[in-house]
Design a protein around this ligand. Structure first.
Ligand code: ZN
Length: 677
């Protein structure tokens, strides 16, 4: 591993933060924390932590010895000084004399000694940082170090690789006991440059930021060197079918199966040579079900992945049945694991949902699962990290990690669960929405509104830049899609499924107005309008119900029709006719797919104020409605302007309603001629 320390960068950090009143120690602490955090082979998603012992003024201006240690919720890769809350050092040090300290008392003692009461909770490993005397302390969950410690002979291996340069700490879960043990190991030989924590990670320390960081890189490099000497080829492959089913074909089935108490999960798929080499291994079950590479992964990935048979192309139904059986075995085993381990708890725990967070599919790859796209991505990232660590470990010996009981203690440890944050979920959380024509106007407003309700949203638009720009606002997926091209629609929906695992809500919105007196209009204009204003809705809806049926969890189809469907405007036949057909299409879907729990509804919008309307367009539209241009914008029963956001709200209301189907909602401020009878 490359040492990225740079004297000039270090000086730049010191200078930059000095302006904000941050002292040199803390500025350098930020600098090397970011160096460590920027390397995924060292830490991922909040794993690892760092500290510095320094002096800061208290409220009276008195210089106070403090430990600035990584705060919960911060990521080292982009940490700021506020992410390293200052805790008074003396009270922390006095705790070394205690025989026992409960987690609650430890957290409380850390909080009451903060210099700034608004700081995040200091790391669960704060006392370990406090008890060791070094100025700078770095802690990572380095992949290479874990590959050494997570083997059957991990301890002997580590002693050979690091010798007397490191101290060795047996596995103890983080907290007071581990902090005391680490101190004891250090005191036995104060010449060590750091500590190896078996089945957990590595600490290095030093008088300067550079020293602690450089020792980390040095030790990790030693571990990497040793791993290189291992076997080149690790896993003998099992037989996989010549032609496997696609991710897009199986993900909706798995997404449907893994719902729990009506709560769905979002999926994130990973493939590639390294992943395939791992999931195709003949002994996958042995090495993949030992447990996670470092304990704190367990809260995001669970101890074990669900392992499925390889799906054969064209035999999706058989795969679905096999997956259902495998999942039943998985959840049964999870219940049993919970019962077995909860029995020995003084304070009884509440069982978490039993669904897997990693699904391994030979021939394809691995899915990460989570309550939202971010959690799914984290699970998938950690799955890949585990694949890296386990693959390297298997090069030098059988992979072996902490016992099941230790794993349970971490999974159900309140301090770990607190990291996940348990806020109330938004109404459309765990849902995947697709909005066509989402790059502007009503589509963009609807995409934003769905995202604001907690849904994952894919924005489809002919203009890919516009789609991506809207999606970027809320971290969604922007895709190019000409909805009049049925193959492009299929491709886009497959991409949505590969990204999120399925589809729950579809807003078929893309459309455009064509004009012409119906007796004279060219066939070409009428047919073009039917392509976009009718057939495109049909291919979007067809793809939607295909995926929704595979999920078996219902679904929601929403069409943007128009008042033209009920209250045609003069010379607007080319627009109104396909829109009328689309309204009938909406009803047909409600009728044909209601038994699958799929709702189908429409919104009739009219006279929307939009920055996109040119004065020529307003002129044309007001003429079509027999209105003066002034009347056009506000000329409705309520006398109120209607905006794209109003229409978006109607789509969201319909998406949230559970008992409404085959309905049309008008959003036009009131137009009695367009009222549905
Ligand atoms: Zn750790």
């Amino acid at each position: 591993m490359k040492n990225l320390w740079s004297d000039s960068q270090a000086r730049a950090f010191v200078r930059r933060y000095a302006k904000a009143g941050v002292n040199r120690d803390r500025a350098l602490r930020v600098y090397t924390s970011r160096l460590l955090g920027g390397e995924p082979k060292l830490v991922l998603h909040g794993g690892g932590n760092t500290s510095v012992k320094t002096v800061m003024p208290d409220i009276m201006g008195n210089p106070t010895d403090v430990l600035c240690v990584k705060g919960s919720g911060w990521d080292m890769g982009d940490i700021e000084p506020e992410g390293l809350p200052a805790v008074r050092l003396d009270p922390l040090l006095s705790m070394v004399g205690l025989k026992k300290l409960s987690d609650e008392d430890m957290v409380n003692a850390q909080r009451v000694n903060l210099l700034d009461s608004t700081s995040p909770n200091p790391s669960v490993e704060t006392l370990l940082h406090a008890f060791l005397p070094h100025k700078f302390i770095d802690h990572t969950h380095s992949n290479a170090v874990l590959s050494l410690t997570d083997t059957k002979d991990g301890e002997a291996l580590c002693r050979r690789v690091f010798g007397k340069r490191m101290g060795y700490v047996p596995y103890i879960m983080p907290g007071f006991d581990l902090s005391k043990k680490a101190l004891e190991v250090y005191v036995a030989d104060p010449s060590v440059e750091g500590l190896i924590l078996f089945k957990h990670g590595i600490f290095t320390f030093g008088d300067t930021a550079k020293e602690a960081y450089s020792r980390m890189i040095k030790m990790v490099s030693l571990a990497e060197k040793r791993l290189k000497k291992g076997r080149k080829k690790v896993f003998a492959s099992a037989r996989v079918p010549k032609k496997t089913a696609t991710v897009a074909a199986i993900a909706p089935i798995l997404r449907g199966l893994t719902r729990h108490n009506a709560k769905r999960l979002i999926f994130d798929f990973r493939g590639g040579a390294k992943v395939l080499n791992y999931v195709n291994g003949r002994e996958l079950k042995r090495y993949a079900t030992q447990g996670t590479a470092t304990p704190d992964h367990v809260i995001r990935t669970k101890q074990k992945p669900l392992i499925l048979p390889a799906p054969v192309a064209g035999e999706i139904e058989a795969f679905g049945k096999a997956a259902e059986r495998a999942l039943k075995r998985y959840t049964d085993a999870y219940h049993a694991y919970f019962k077995r381990n909860n029995r020995r708890q003084k304070i009884k725990r509440t069982e978490l949902d039993p669904m897997p967070r990693m699904i391994m599919v030979p021939g394809l790859g691995v899915f990460g699962l989570g309550a939202n796209a971010k959690a799914a991505r984290i699970a998938a990232d950690l799955a890949e990290t585990n694949i890296d660590v386990i693959t390297a470990a298997e090069r030098i010996g059988p992979y072996k990690v902490i016992a099941e009981a230790d794993c349970f203690d971490i999974e159900y440890w309140s301090l770990e669960q607190a990291k996940l944050g348990r806020g109330a979920e938004k109404p459309l959380a765990r849902h995947v929405s697709v909005v066509t024509g989402g790059g502007s106007g009503i589509g963009a407003a609807t995409a934003r509104a769905l995202a604001a309700e907690g849904s994952e949203v894919a924005v489809l638009d002919r203009d890919v830049k516009a789609a991506e720009a809207v999606a970027l606002e809320f971290g969604g997926l922007g895709l190019a899609c000409d909805v009049t091209d049925a193959r492009a629609v299929r491709r886009a929906f497959d991409q949505v499924v590969r990204t999120y695992g399925g589809v729950d809500i579809v807003v078929s919105n893309a459309g455009a107005a064509w004009q012409g007196a119906i007796g004279e209009v060219s066939d070409k204009i009428l047919r073009d309008s039917f392509e976009l204003n009718f057939f495109a809705h049909q291919s979007v809806a067809q793809n939607s119900v295909r995926i929704m049926a595979a999920q078996g969890t219902g679904g929601c189809l929403l069409f943007n029709t128009s008042k033209q469907a009920v209250n045609p405007g003069r010379d607007f036949g080319p627009y109104g006719l396909p829109k009328a057909a689309t309204m009938a299409l909406m009803r047909q879907y409600a009728l044909d797919y209601g038994h699958l729990g799929i709702k189908s509804n429409a919104v009739n919008a009219d006279r929307i104020r939009s920055g996109l309307l040119t004065s020529d367009m307003i002129k044309a539209r007001s003429k079509a409605r027999g209105l003066s241009q002034d009347d056009y914008m506000g000329g409705n029963l309520l006398g109120r302007e209607v905006t794209a956001e109003d229409v978006a709200k109607a789509f969201v209301d319909l998406a949230r309603s559970t008992k409404t189907t085959a309905a049309v909602i008008t959003v036009d401020g009131g137009n009695i001629a367009a009222a549905l009878r």
